[in-house]
Design a protein around this ligand. Sequence first.
Ligand SMILES: C[S@@+](CC[C@H](N)C(=O)[O-])C[C@H]1O[C@@H](n2cnc3c(N)ncnc32)[C@H](O)[C@@H]1O
Length: 310
Amino acid sequence: MVSTDHSPVMLQQVVEAMAIRADGRYVDGTYGRGGHAAAILEQLGPDGRLWLLDRDPEAVAHARQRWGDDPRCNVVRDSFSRLDQVLPENLGVDGVLLDLGVSSPQLDTPGRGFSFSHDGPLDMRMDPDSGVSAAEWLADADEREIARVLREYGEEPAARRIARAVSERRMDAPLRTTGELAELVAAVVPQRQQVRGRHPATRTFQALRIHINGELEALRAGLEAALRRLQPAGRLVVISFHSLEDRLVKRFMRDHSRVDPALARLPIVPESARPLLKLAAKARRPQTAEIAANPRARSAVLRVAERLDS
Ligand SMILES: C[S@@+](CC[C@H](N)C(=O)[O-])C[C@H]1O[C@@H](n2cnc3c(N)ncnc32)[C@H](O)[C@@H]1O
C-alpha cells in the first residue's frame, strides 16, 4: 500500500517555536504535504502571509491545489536555498521553517526511487527535472568518488567495498533499480558492520540521496538566506533527521549566537562582530508517544533561534 500522506513531525512544538503573529510573514521552505503549513495558517489572520516552497513538483501541486486560492499564500516551486530570489526584494520575514529531508510520499512511492523497501527506478531526485538520477551518477562516477560520498554522507564503514562492487557490476550491466542496489550492498557489507534491525543498504541510500540532491549545500545556503531575511525577533526553526544535518544547523546557530571568539577579547567589540541570533530554546526531540505513532519521527531534532536586532 503506497501512502500519500505525511505526518508532520513535532507539530505542536514547531508551531510554538514559530511564535506566530497573526499579521506576520512566514516561510515554510519544505512544504511536503503541508502539515506544518496548515497549522501555521490556522494562526495567521487575513493580513498574514506564508510562502510555501518545495523543490518537488508533486508537493507543489498539492500546495497549489490546497492553498492556491488562499490570498495569504504564495506557492513556489524552488529550493529554500534560493530564498533571496523567491521573496520580494528587501522583504523581511518573521519566521522560516525548514523540516529537512524527504517526505513519506517521496519515500513510499516506488517510482521516486528513494527507498530500498520498494523496488523502483534508482532515481532519488526531489526535483526529477533537474540534475542526474542516482542510477546515472552511479553509472559514471569514479570509484573513489563513490566511496567518498558513501563515507562522508552515509558514514558507511564499507564504503570502499561497496564502491568497488558498483564499479565491477556496471562493467556487466548498469544498476537500474533500488532493488538491484539494495541487493548488491547487502551482499558486500560484512556482517560485523551491519546494524541489527536495519537494512544493510540504509547508509548507502542516505548518502546517495544527500549527494544527488546536494542537500548539505542547500542547507548551508538556506540557513544563510534565512538569516539575511529574518527581521528582529524572527524565528529560524529547523528539524533535521541525521547527524550531518543537525551538526550543520547546530554550528550555524551557535556561531551566529556568540561574538566571534577571535574578536571577543578586543576592548571594544566591533559592531560587525555582534551576534545575529540568540538560541531560543534547547534542542528538542519528539516524545515517545509521537515516535510510537510515527516511527519516522524517531531521529528528529528541533532547533530554534531568534534574530537579534544587530
Ligand atoms: C520532511 S518533508 C516536509 C514535510 C512537511 N513539513 C509536512 O508537514 O508535510 C521535506 C520536504 O522538503 C522538500 N525539500 C527538501 N529539500 C528542499 C530544498 N532544498 N528546497 C525546497 N524543498 C526541499 C522535500 O521535497 C520534501 O517535500
